[in-house]
Design a protein around this ligand. Sequence first.
Ligand code: SF4
Length: 809
Amino acid sequence: MTRSSTPTAPGFSDRGRGKRVAVADRIADPWGARTPTARNGDWPPRVDEVVDGPVERWVESACVLCSNGCGLDIGVRYGRIVGVRGREVDRVNHGRLGPKGLYGWQANNAPDRLTRPLVRDAGGLREASWEEAMELVAERAREQLTSKGSGALAFYTTGQLFLEDYYTLAVVARGGIGTNHLDGNTRLCTATSGQSLKETFGSDGQPGSYTDVEHCDTLFHVGINVAETQTVLWMRQLDRLHGPDPPRLVVIDPRPTRAAREADVHLAVRSGTNVAILNALLHELIANGRVDQEFIDLHTVGFVALENVVEAYPPERVAEICGVDAGEIREAARILGDAERLLSIVLQGVYQSHQATAAACQVNNLNLVRGMIGRPGCGILQMNGQPTAQNTRETGCNGDLPGFRNWQNDAHVAELAQLWNVEPLQIPHWGPPTHAMEIFRYAEQGSISFLWIIGTNPAVSLPEVARIRSILEQERLFTVVSDAFLSETAQLADVVLPAALWGEKTGTFTNADRTVHLSEKAVDPPGEARPDMEIFLDFARRLRLEDKDGQPLVKWSTPEECFEAWKECSKGQPCDYSGLTYERLRGGSGIQWPCTAEQPDGTERLYTDHVFPTGPDVCEDYGHDIQSGYAFTEMEFRALNPLGRAILKAADWVEPPEWPSDDYPLQLNTGRTVYHFHTRTKTARAPELDAAAPDVWVEIASADAERLGVAEGDLCRVESARGTVEARARISGIRPGVVFVPFHYGYWDTDDGAAPDGRPRAANELTITRWDPVSKQPVYKTAAVRVTKVADSDGTPSPAPTVTASAPA
Ligand code: SF4
């Protein structure tokens, strides 16, 4: 491939500072050149661009390869996507793009895109017309509805569609079919983010803003490898860290991430001990009087209970639990206690653990006891894992009701019923919406017999994938898969529907700091592939889903009409989009919700008045005991009487469901690398990204490797009680006792295409079917494993990247 930054300027460019670097440098250096930023200064622009030859026209969009949501333009020539460039005017990235954004668009042009529906017959999957495929889907749905009722149908969606796709699906599933079984793979990545915000503040909604990076004096990273998962957000922080008056940085992570290497204090804790370390930090802040008592008294409830719990977590005790130095815990607490503007950032190291919500709430607590919220530089980013995970949560595709409404509040249900013109009882709210892990349990047990999987790949991404494969292989389960590629999951489906990707449809999506972008259609989808919203509309028509006046339930036919309907649904809710239009989103930057007539330019940060949505009539959730998962009733919530104050919730640390044993003496940590997104259905189809991280690896600490007789590049077997992975070793700086395996790798592109009969390489062969009791997010970070050497290195280097957290020791 040849590349040019403009039709007349061949090569890759980092523009905006007059600098050009070779294309390979953004694989070797994913973060690019520094543009140092002073405290309270403006983050300088730097426009990153990769194009393959001349561009005929640029089409406005944003990147959908992580939750950062960088604004970009799509370059088009002869009806094909030929490149991207960052949008300099966009508040999220000021023109920057990371490796996934720069190269990931090539997946749209992949020769193996699905272009026609497939249906299964005795000979396997064969091509079919849309009419045949959709009639089959509708017929099986009707059969199940008639014979078993709405509870037989389930939908498992994603964090990568557009808002319009999700909202249409939510209306179809909740208002039309009336099933409670609608959840997203956001359960795996972002459920704890939303849940912890509900527990502490009464409602989902990210309090902070990316601009807090410019204003903070202290950064606190808990379980987030931001340099790799939200690359451009790390560039923003690096530019502060390498600018004048840099913020101090505390990092909690068992791996030597890029951020850990920049940190003032890196607490490389034992996996599964987040609550203990956070309790110790809170203990130190309280014991040393480093709390804002006036803020606590005026704006929070629960401080005494929190104080009582964390009293039992002095640094010496916690040092033993977490395997870190007590002095370093004290030093971290001192930095957090000295902060005047504290920005805390959290992700999967917290969320994918057995006490996920409990730990995430302690980070919220930490900012609250310091009174550091709702002011520039004082923020919490409970980050999202996927690009449009925020929309999954807002629209009700993740196990909540649309618009952050409370399923236990009849008035909230009645509002939705009025909006959709259906009876309130049509909208399931007799119990909590079914979470993803339960959906698969019900499918395993047979009560769910129709499962539609949309834009996600559970045969690789869910825990204990041997079990998931066996569920999907059942004859009694009718499985529909909508996807752009024949993923491992699609290969097991009864019907496969070819879906349009980003760039091939118009719609909006919202990033982790509430910034809404419009993504315009740049090119036609290949063959007969269709946008997901159109597929759901077709399904609704075939099922004759109607409102109570006998009119079609779904009243829109275009994305913009759907967006207007969504504005009505969100109006007056915390995620209020009513001041936005497609036109307003064109030509400039994305805009943060809430955006209303009164706040037409959006809202930079929430809770500037320190009033939180914790009134019983407005809250999204009555909350839980974060230790046990017990769901509070309305009466119990009213008794707590938060009424606009934030809720400090405390929890004791408990051991993970699996702890190292003689048989399995190591802890498995799974996660991502900067070059790939999820199960690589897109990023492995971008040659530069694929080449940068072509195969699975296992990271082992030097001390463990020496004990096991393992050298760099040796083929190792990693075994848990559930399965096996074979991978080449990278001897890295990971904490001793912990091994890391990236979860990206499945089997669709293996040579024999036959694994798991061949070499098993999906990290989720090893993981356990357990979840956090509050957010129901699966546990991916603490499976007990053993590692044995299978064969000496054949001389080829380990496939692990060398400039990231997986760098050689
Ligand atoms: S940081 Fe995320 S949104 Fe931005 S370019 Fe990279 S993958 Fe895309």
